[in-house]
Ligand binder design. Sequence first.
Ligand SMILES: [Fe+2]
Length: 136
Amino acid sequence: MAQIEWNETKLSVGVLMFDTEHKRLISIINKLDEAMRQGKGNAVIAQVLKELINYTKTHFTHEERVMKQHNYPGLEVQLKEHKGFVDKIVGMERDLASGKAMLSLSVSNFVSAWIQNHIMKTDKASTKFLNAKGGK
Ligand SMILES: [Fe+2]
């Protein structure tokens, strides 16, 4: 998979602050993808992965807080997907650090496909609800 290009129709969830955060997530994912493609060493890749993990956690926490505030009925699905993704990327970081695995393009491909799928399906469903409530 190539780099993710922001596409308003495809990726905007209609809530400006989440779009802004998603754009930042995407730029980190693109950085990870580029580092892999350029065959950067594990140290560089581990650093970008760390950045991705940290920012993903910040963003997910923010989304979850807003959804809780508005009693979003699909919260459980969001929590489950978020946790699954964080566990997965933290696992990748661990495998990389322990030398158990070399990161390859399949990692950035997975991350890139996951985030786009999650935004288009799960996030859009929740922001549709939030926007209907008139709250952000
Ligand atoms: Fe989400």
